[in-house]
Design a protein around this ligand. Structure first.
Ligand code: NAD
Ligand code: ZN
Length: 242
């Protein structure tokens, strides 16, 4: 079971969906959810990254996201992100559905990206919904229209997923011949339901097999880092395009 097998599956597939999680971004220096180091270590995201915290503990909420947003300044897409963007250009990937909120896929040049958990790069007013500049949130401003609280366009615990991104993903997943799941523990509902909604082949690329991932019947499991495995697949594909 190697990168060669995945390259072969990609050549055969007419529609390939890539589903990514925090493990796709760790090689860019962004800690994942369960990392023992970094931002999440002393913080329970279910408490801080929630609608309740936005309403009742806004200072802590704002500081948490300000820190996360500022830390993105030092991060850029890694080779794996660039390879996925190249695959899209060559007709080898139709959609990237991501749980990541860092917009590194877009920065790498991917065009068709469904942000299932929103992003922490753009800002809106919680009350009236109007968009604001990132700097206004970072400067502790309030909404210029209604004085409401500013917040990132991220999906908080207690909120539903953006319907446009979700519907687009479902549409693609239903038609996909191949779904490649990269760097996610598959523990977060409802995104973890997506792989089993596909009739296509299922591939899992992750540093480890998590307890949840063992419940899925993957056709191929590649254990290792996303960047390295994608680089191997890239090599195997040569200049193949659709
Ligand atoms: P998770 O932390 O639950 O799982 C990440 C998985 O990726 C782990 O199983 C880990 O072993 C694996 N992994 C780590 N580095 C890897 C690498 N270089 N190559 C391959 N695999 C690697 O993350 P999740 O499943 O995405 O769920 C976490 C939630 O937290 C999501 O809702 C997400 O929105 C949010 N989150 C986002 C970011 C981000 O935007 N970059 C970062 C942290 C958390
Ligand atoms: Zn407002």
């Amino acid at each position: 079971m190697t990168a060669e097998t995945l390259a072969h599956l990609m050549k055969q597939s007419n529609r390939t969906v890539v589903l990514t999680g925090a493990g796709m971004s760790t090689e860019s220096g962004i800690p994942d959810f369960r990392s023992s180091t970094g931002l999440w270590r002393n913080i329970n995201p279910r408490i801080v990254a929630s609608t309740e915290s936005l309403q009742k503990n806004y200072e802590q909420f704002r500081e948490f996201y300000q820190t996360r947003m500022n830390s993105l300044n030092n991060c850029k897409p890694h080779e794996g992100h660039l390879i996925l963007a190249d695959f899209e250009k060559r007709g080898l990937v139709s959609l990237i559905a991501t749980q990541n909120v860092d917009q590194l896929h877009q920065q790498a040049g991917s065009k068709n990206v469904a942000e299932l958990h929103g992003n922490i790069v753009t800002i809106r007013c919680q009350k009236c919904g109007k968009p604001h500049a990132k700097e206004q949130f970072l400067n502790n401003s309030i909404c210029t229209y209604c004085s409401g609280k500013l917040r990132p366009n991220v999906v908080l615990f207690g909120e539903t997923l953006p319907s446009e991104a979700w519907d687009r993903t479902l549409h693609e997943i239903h038609q996909a011949d191949l779904v490649i799941v990269i760097g996610t523990s598959l523990e977060v509902y409802p995104v973890n339901q997506l792989p089993s909604m596909s009739k296509g082949k299922l591939v899992y690329i992750n540093r480890e097999q998590t307890s949840t991932s063992l419940h899925y019947s993957f056709d191929l499991v590649l254990e290792g880092s996303a960047g390295k495995i994608l680089a191997d697949v890239y090599q195997e594909l040569g200049d193949f395009e659709k």
